[in-house]
Structures are given as C-alpha cells and as structure tokens.
Design a binder for this molecule. Sequence first.
Ligand SMILES: *[C@@H]1O[C@H](CO)[C@@H](O)[C@H](O)[C@H]1NC(C)=O
Ligand SMILES: *[C@@H]1O[C@H](CO)[C@@H](O)[C@H](O)[C@H]1NC(C)=O
Length: 347
Amino acid sequence: MKVFSVILLLAGSFCHTATAGQQLAYNAFEENSIDFCGPECFEKLKPLLDNAVEMKQRCEDFGFQIDLLNEQMVELRGIVELQSKEIDELKSNHNQQGEESTSSTPSISTISSISTPPTGCTSTEIGRNATTLPTKCASYEQSRILQIQVPGTDPFQVHCHVEQMDEPAWIVILKRSGGQLDFYRNWTSYRNGFGDLADDHFLGLEKLHRLTRSLPHELLVKLTDFRGNERYALYSSLLIGNEQEKYALQLLGRYTGDAGDAMSYHLGNAFTTYDKDNDGWSRGNCANYYDGAWWYGWDANCNPMGRYFNGEYRGHSGIWWYTWKDYDLMQSVKMMIRPSHYTLMQD
Ligand SMILES: *[C@@H]1O[C@H](CO)[C@@H](O)[C@H](O)[C@H]1NC(C)=O
Ligand SMILES: *[C@@H]1O[C@H](CO)[C@@H](O)[C@H](O)[C@H]1NC(C)=O
C-alpha cells in the first residue's frame, strides 16, 4: 500500500537530487496515501519509475567508487586495531618476562604473524587465547558452528555456512525457515541476537557492527519462495554502525543477483524495532506496521524479519522481497556475510 511512494522516494532520496517540485509531489503522495491509485495509475507512473531506476544506477556507479575507498579505510583501521592489540599483548608478555629479557624486543615480522606466538617470549594464557581464535570462517567441507573473535568483543559463536566447498564459508547473520522462533522482538533482543545458531536465528546488531567494522565484508541474501524457486542478492560491502549510530546501514556496495536490489532503498537508515522507532515515517513505527524490525526508512522494500506465515497469507506483515515477488511470502531467507577479499580477488 505504501509501495508506489517507496519507489518515488527512492528516486528522490538517492544522491539527494530531489528538487523542491519533486519533493512536493512525493509529499502529496504521502499525504493522500496510495489507496486510490489503481493499475491505470501505475501505467502512468511507469516511465517515471524507469527513469528513477536509471538515475539510481548512475548514482550507484559513482557511489561504488566511494564505497571502495571507504572499504580500504575500514580495512586499514581494522589492521591497525589488530596490530596495536597484538603489540599490547607482546608488551604485557614482555613485562612478565622481567628485566633479563629486555634484549628480545619482538620484530615487526613477529608482530604481524597472528597464529604463532612470538619467539623469545613465553606466551601467557591471555596471549595464547587471543591469538588462536579465528576472525572469520575458512573453507570447510561442511557447515559448522565456530568460535571467533573480532577486535572489541569477547569471543562468540557463529554458524559458518558452506555455499561452495572451495570457497570461504559465510557467517549466517539471519536465518528464517519456519515459524517457531518469534522475530517480533525489542531493541535489546536485536542488539544481542537470539535464536539457535543451528536453526533460525539472528546473530545480533552489535556483533554485526564489530564484524563489519573490523574488515570489509560482503553480504549474500538467499531467498526461497513457497514453490521452491530460489533467488539471491549479493552486495559487495556491508557496514553497520555502532549503537550510538543506531546500528545504521552505512554501506551496501554494488548489487548483483536475480532477486532485485530491494535493500539499497534502506541504505543510510537506522535500525528500528517496535520499542525503538528510528525510521523516517512520522505517523507511526514501521516495525509495528510491518510486524518486524529492519532498517526501515519512510517505508520498506523488503521485510526479512517480518512475521512467518505458511504461505496462505499475502500482505505487508509477512516476509517479502518486493523487487522479486511483491508481497508474496518467502519460505526461507538466509542473510550471510564474509570478508570481501575473496570476491574482490576473483574480479
Ligand atoms: C584462556 O584459556 C584458558 C583455558 O582454555 C582459560 O582458563 C583462561 O581463562 C583463558 N583466558 C582468557 C583471558 O580468556
Ligand atoms: C526485551 O525482551 C527480552 C526477552 O524477549 C526481555 O527479557 C527484556 O526485558 C525486554 N527488554 C525491554 C527493555 O523491554
């Protein structure tokens, strides 16, 4: 019901190029809602929409260049953070060694090797624990639960999902495959994550923030409808802000796939739950309206955290991906991330 305006707004909000006239038109749409807008109305809107899509593509190409630069900055920041952590650890090891070992100052090459303890120092428990945990999933033959650690957090477990055996596995951040687990939850719940890693779950916004801040990540969304058709959307980068930034969707990179780019509309938006209304809709909370939680703007273009229905319902409360199937319900959704080095190197 709010859909036409979504697309219009999408044209306007990208690159902030909306003129005052366009803005007025959008406002008019918002004011009158779209209840009266039937198929004939859509026919008239079609050229406008096409134009919007083309404009969006051009903006995205430009945005992609900026994304790449941002990614490189984030990556450098992550490396510096990791290395200064290692230096701190080496220092504390060193201090525990006492005065006699002052000659064994670790060299740069020792500092940059993550897995081997520094030679010349006996590694302490702290040092050993901090350096043995992986920061990401590797290549496996089968999916598995893995303990990882990224800068700024305690170690935590993730589900490493194998899409392709000879490629690094993906960290599952969201899995929907049935109606057992309730996703209509509060801010605290979404911050910390919930569910069973082996089954339906959400990893949690704080971990998502730490992961995507520590290294550039890419995002893969896999969708299955109730007829068993599968589609995907791949985004070349993902960056989630911190809690002060309301876990905003800060970067998405370039879209490829066959499900349609339903997420770019949400770029730049803060996260909203039913008890924390950070969306751009002044008349209500999109989390209530869509029975979910998401990076809602004035509206939504997809609703992966909506209510799970078994296919008999069709409406805005469900799990849907507008650019593929309108409001048709999804049988399963999986959102996964991994460091983007691998794909960037394949390009
Ligand atoms: C390191 O691991 C050992 C054994 O697994 C554990 O007893 C110790 O508390 C850990 N230390 C830290 C700082 O996590
Ligand atoms: C959020 O939900 C959890 C569990 O569903 C509950 O324990 C907690 O009290 C809630 N927090 C707030 C602030 O409502």
